[in-house]
Write a protein that binds this ligand. Structure first.
Ligand SMILES: C[S@@+](CC[C@H](N)C(=O)[O-])C[C@H]1O[C@@H](n2cnc3c(N)ncnc32)[C@H](O)[C@@H]1O
Ligand code: SF4
Length: 411
């Protein structure tokens, strides 16, 4: 069995497409629709980090913020019939580096969303930020516009590690950014990566201690992965060996548990009551509309489940939306999810959660009877990967450790 590692959330990403056998047309299969979230992708960064495979591009001298907003408006307007009347529980403005945008653009983006979609009064509205782009006055404006959660890409506080990662900020800027974010919004998440080039166990634990010293309610700890088509894949840096990396993971888990954080998902740790609602909705197989270049979406209807992806290139996405006469589309993919794909898609998300999900949510979210997966469920229980409790689909500690094997049973 291959041991799993702390990987990044699937987020707006969708699993690889396979041939779809759509639901047979006919009676309603989903008796109720899941909660709806909105993901907005901002594709620019100051520069591209060598390990990063996100749809992020080095920013031009001047960001085309007006054009981007116009295209976002068109993207949203074209999507509205798909989500008509549905309330929005969370918004996640991710990237790239959304904190590069001006306060005026962020304000206009939030006004756009509010004018078209019924956001719940307590909707969680997260913005991702790179510490190298944090200024107090702009962050005050972001908060005044309605951003109530900031997720900071800290990665490490160690200047040598940050240099090896090609980051645009040092440890001091990371600390200052946290203080500014905490001054302006109630909820702050810090992204840290571990098993970094040249990192020792002590160095990793020192990063965790520094993060804890700020008392933020949420931490995400990602094992650095070498992603295909990145600079690090082509020129791999020297990384800690597997045993050291696993020891880092174990020690991080122990230290954060001691500090009162629930390890509620592979890479996510939160103080009670502060889990990320937006990501939880992905993992609980909720719905999300994704707008902006490269954004993915999953939308349920009473008789079908649709997956969409926007074209990745920012220029092509803007051109397609703003010059429809040219005949290009802003959609790279729009397809019905086949009934035979749903069990694996559901499990790919749900099994990331330490507590799993209620067994009943399988039928609620997929429209399929739980009996369709009785065999792999039984096999997973037999192998000690899944809890025996029939009311929940919950991985055991062994199942979490060998998550890929557990998920694979549902393929
Ligand atoms: C979109 S970025 C966060 C905001 C901003 N772009 C930044 O980097 O500061 C999302 C997070 O994914 C994580 N990440 C990116 N590439 C990764 C990789 N190859 N392995 C593990 N984590 C990665 C980083 O922790 C990063 O903060
Ligand atoms: S700043 Fe964030 S999104 Fe941009 S390249 Fe670096 S890790 Fe990727």
């Amino acid at each position: 069995m291959a041991r799993s590692i702390a990987i990044r959330p699937a987020g707006q990403g969708a699993p690889a497409p396979r041939a779809a056998m759509p639901f047979a047309p006919g009676p309603s299969l989903l008796t109720s629709l899941p909660p709806l979230s909105v993901y907005v992708h901002v594709p620019w960064c100051v520069r591209k980090c060598p390990y990063c495979d996100f749809n992020s591009h080095a920013a031009p001298d001047e960001l085309p913020e007006d054009r981007y907003l116009q295209a976002l408006t068109a993207d949203l307007d074209q999507s509205l019939p798909q989500v008509w009347g549905r309330k929005v529980v969370s918004v996640f403005i991710g990237g790239g580096t959304p904190s590069l945008l001006s306060a005026a653009t962020m304000d206009a983006m939030l006004a756009l969303l509010r004018s078209r979609l019924p956001l719940l009064p307590d909707a969680e509205i997260t913005m991702e930020a790179n510490p190298g782009t944090v200024e107090a006055s702009r962050f005050a404006d972001f908060a005044a516009s309605g951003i109530n959660r900031i997720s900071l890409g800290i990665q490490s506080f160690d200047d040598d590690r940050l240099r090896a990662l090609g980051r645009i900020h040092d440890g001091r800027a990371a600390r200052e950014a946290i203080a500014i974010a905490q001054r302006h919004v109630e909820r702050v998440n810090l992204d840290l990566m571990f098993a970094l080039p040249g990192q020792t166990l002590d160095g990793c634990l020192a990063d965790v201690e520094t993060a804890l010293s700020f008392g933020t309610e949420h931490l995400s700890l990602y094992h650095l992965t070498l992603e295909p088509n990145t600079v690090f894949a082509k020129y791999p840096p020297e990384l800690p060996d597997d045993d050291t990396a696993f020891e880092m993971q174990d020690r991080i888990e122990a230290r954060l548990a001691e500090a009162g954080y629930d390890h509620y998902e592979i890479s996510a740790y939160a103080r009670p009551g502060t889990r990320c609602r937006h990501n939880l909705n992905y993992w609980e197989f909720g719905d999300y509309l994704g707008i902006g270049p490269g954004a993915h979406g999953k939308l349920s209807f009473h008789d079908r489940i649709l997956r969409e992806a926007r074209v990745r290139n920012p220029q092509s996405w803007m051109d397609a939306l703003l010059d429809p006469a040219a005949g290009a589309t802003h959609l790279a993919e729009s397809r019905l999810v086949g009934a035979e794909e749903l069990p694996f898609e559901f499990m790919l998300n749900a099994l990331r959660l330490t507590d799993g999900v209620p067994a009943a949510s399988f039928a609620e979210r997929t429209g399929l009877n739980l009996a369709t997966i009785a065999r792999p469920l039984a096999r997973a229980v037999e192998r000690g990967l899944l809890d025996e409790d029939p009311t929940r689909i919950r991985p055991t500690p062994l199942g979490r450790r060998f998550l890929n094997d557990l998920q694979g049973l549902f393929l």
